[in-house]
Structure formats: C-alpha cells, structure tokens
Design a protein around this ligand. Structure first.
Ligand code: NAD
Ligand code: TYD
Length: 376
C-alpha cells in the first residue's frame, strides 16, 4: 500500500454526531482546510445534530443512516471515493450495556462488520488503492487493573468485563482479521476516558456538572475510588489524525492522557470549580437557582454514594509509549499546564452551554436516568 495522507482528502466519519465524532469532525475541518467530511450517523439517543452546528455545509455532509445498512455504506464509498473511514459509531455506555446488551452486539459487532464488508467490497475488490479504515476503540477491552499493576500496553491480554467492553473487543478482533485475511488497511486506537465539550450527561463528568447545576444528587458508584485515565477529547482527536496519517496498517495504538484520577477526585474538582464560579459570578445564581452554590452552600452536599455496577472495573491505565514513539503523540491539551486547568475549562463549557445540555436531557433521558439509578 503506498503512503497516503488522508488528512488532505475526504473522510467518511461514522458516529460523527456523537461526542468524540463531532469533536473530531470539528478539529479535522479546522486543521485541514481543503478536506471534506461525510458524517454517517443514525442519530440514536446519543447522536445530536446540534453537535455539528455552525460547520460549513459545503465541507460537511450529513447522512442519516445505520452502519448496519451495508448497501448504503457501499453506495457512500462508491459515490464519494473516500480515502479513509473513521469509525466512531457505537453504543458507548457501560450502564446501558448492563441493562440491555443486545443492542451492543448489534451496533458494535454487527455494525462494525457491516462497515468492514463494505470496505472489502468497494475498496479491495472494486476500486483497489490507498484506503484506510480507522477503528476507534477503548481501553476497557483490557479489563481491570490492580492498583499497583503497570499500565496496559497493546500486548496486554484482552479481558473485557462488561457487555460494552466485550462488544468493542469483538469489533477490534474483526477489524484485525479483515486486515490479516483480506489485506484491508486498518488501524485501531484504544483510548481511555474522554472528557470535553458535547459529551452526553450520562457519562460521569457531564452528569456530575449538570446535576450540580440542577441541584440533583451526585451519584458515586461504590466507594468512588475507581481509577480512570482522563483524556481530553482534543488530544484524542489529535491522536486519531496522527494515526490516520502515519500509523502502520494492522497495528493497534493505545491513546491515553496519562492522568489517572479516581471518580471522587473528579467530583471534587467539579464541585470546587462550580462553587468558585458562583462566588465570582453572581449572575449564575439566577441562571441556576437550584444549585446549592446559588445560596452560598457547596455542591458537595449533593454527593450520594450508591450501589456499584455489577462487574465494575477498578482501574484503567494506558501505556502510551508506542503512540509516542511511532506517531509522535503526546497529550497536548494538558501539556505545559496542570490537568486541573484543562479540566476546569471543560466545566466552564457546560456552565455556558446550558442550551445545549438542556436540549438533550428531555423525556427519554429522564426515563433512562430513573431506570439506571432506581435501585442504587
Ligand atoms: P457517543 O455515544 O457519544 O456517540 C455515538 C454515536 O454513534 C452517536 O452519534 C450515535 O447516534 C451513533 N450511532 C449509534 N449507533 C449507530 C448506528 N447503528 N449507525 C450509525 N450511527 C450510530 O459515543 P462517544 O463517546 O462519542 O464514543 C465514540 C467512540 O469512541 C465509540 O466507538 C466508543 O466506544 C469509543 N470510546 C469512547 C470513550 C469515551 O470516553 N467516550 C472512551 C473510549 C472509547
Ligand atoms: P463512565 O463515565 O460511565 O465511563 P466508563 O465506565 O466507561 O469508565 O464512568 C466513569 C467512572 O465513574 C466509572 O468508575 C463509573 C463511575 N460513575 C459514577 O460513579 N457515577 C455515575 O453516575 C456514572 C455514570 C459513573
């Protein structure tokens, strides 16, 4: 396969209306002014066109469709002559996979296989040439780490514990198999927990921020001491661009933020930032009257330790030396300043984008929250 630089060409982005996909589309169009993107997204509960608002329609096309619709994917590949496909579309929430695993098998395994079949047919059989299939995956495929154990490398055994993680691991295996068996130019990145703008408030960080502002309880699972490696979404998107441009076909790269924090530490950062923001800006009290900080109290009073997930993973951590060495990746968003500064910026994004998050926490979301937290 000859070298390629998909950064300057057309991309198909699946799941581009979700959290990371939308951040990637935005970053890609900004950093690569001659490129175009087609987003293929089914707009499930997690997809939101508002995440793509403001982008130039001449450079970002949106197609509402399902990745399991192989003929549709083939048609898009034929029509647009993409050089690369970046695959974000997935069911992505562990709690939902515990309540209903079937959809995770359908979307994450069958859906990824549908994309692989389309890529094989069009890119290998019909129009051979330089094409790249980039599969976005998770550190959760490696399972849980002891507190003192070294971080996961790309050679760590795959031992997923949740249905979500198992479905992502299965999709990773399929991608690798299509490379080995059919010669598809495919790479996989396994990243850690992302935070940043446009994340649906069902994941820890935006859920805690939004609940503080609404004066609702802050549920911490178990003892709140589960450790995650927190990665700014911009760093993740940058790593994907690097891997697209210079990753080796058939390889897997771990992308982490080198920021291990417990859920309790994350909660404390959020509470402290919100309490201080209300002290500095009196207008916030009228905007969010139910927030304890609006009446001079602390959001800490909302903390509630609740029953843990069954099979909860204690710790994830990623060794990113391969991505550093081979892609030139480093977690830049926090480089040169404390993680806390980058994290506070994210908290402030939610403080000032209440129209965005209020639009996504409507009826269906409320039903889900009630179901997820009812027995905890
Ligand atoms: P998300 O849940 O915010 O977005 C998923 C997107 O996929 C949504 O826009 C949804 O509409 C779309 N989608 C779902 N099913 C689809 C289907 N059948 N056809 C087409 N579109 C469909 O997810 P995210 O947090 O942005 O995660 C993106 C990817 O990154 C996922 O593959 C996830 O496994 C992986 N990942 C996420 C994190 C994280 O911290 N968020 C960490 C590691 C890996
Ligand atoms: P989450 O954001 O769902 O990501 P993941 O499970 O994929 O790592 O959860 C991150 C951590 O936060 C995890 O240990 C579970 C915990 N958590 C809570 O304590 N309370 C919550 O309400 C949620 C959603 C998660």
């Amino acid at each position: 396969m000859r070298p390629m630089n998909p950064l300057h060409t057309n991309l198909l982005v699946t799941g581009g209306a979700g959290f990371i996909g939308a951040n990637f589309v935005r970053a890609h169009l900004e950093s690569s002014p001659t490129s175009r993107v087609v987003v293929l997204d089914a707009l499930t509960y997690a997809g939101n066109l508002a995440n793509l608002e403001g982008l130039d329609a001449n450079r970002c096309d949106f197609v509402r469709g399902d990745i399991r619709d192989t003929p549709l994917v083939c048609e898009l590949l034929r029509r647009h002559h993409f050089r690369a496909l970046v695959h974000f579309a997935a069911e992505s929430h562990v709690d939902r996979s515990i309540l209903g695993p079937d959809l995770f098998v359908e979307t994450n395994i069958v859906g990824t296989h549908s994309l692989l079949k389309a890529a094989r047919l069009v890119w290998i059989e019909e129009e051979p040439g330089a094409h790249r299939f980039h599969h976005v995956s998770t550190d959760e495929v490696y399972g849980s780490l002891e507190l003192s154990a070294p971080a996961f490398s790309e050679l760590s055994p795959v031992r997923p514990n949740s249905p979500y993680a198992a479905s992502k691991a299965a999709s990773d295996h399929l991608v690798r198999a299509y490379h080995e068996t059919f010669g598809l130019d495919a790479i996989i990145t396994n990243c850690s927990n992302n935070y940043g703008p446009y994340q649906l408030p069902e994941k820890l960080v935006p859920l805690l921020i939004v609940n503080c502002l609404l004066g609702e309880r802050l549920p911490l699972y178990g003892d709140g001491l589960h450790v995650r490696d927190w990665l700014h979404v911009q760093d993740h998107c940058h790593a994907i661009s690097l891997a697209l441009a210079s990753g080796t076909a058939g390889e897997t790269y771990n992308i982490g933020g080198e920021n291990e924090r417990t859920s309790l530490e994350i909660l404390r950062l959020i509470v402290s930032e919100i309490d201080h923001a209300f002290e500095r800006e009196p207008l916030l009290a009228s905007k969010y009257p139910n927030c304890p900080s609006a009446s001079g109290r602390s959001c800490a009073e909302l903390v509630a330790f609740v029953r843990d997930r069954p099979g909860a993973d204690r710790r994830y951590a990623l060794d990113i030396s391969k991505a550093r060495r081979e892609l030139g990746y480093a977690p830049r968003a926090v480089a040169g300043r404390a993680f806390e500064a980058a994290f506070r910026e994210t908290v402030r994004w939610y403080l000032t984008h209440d129209a965005w998050w209020k639009s996504v926490i409507g009826g269906q979301y409320r039903e889900w929250v009630a179901l997820n937290y009812e027995n905890r």
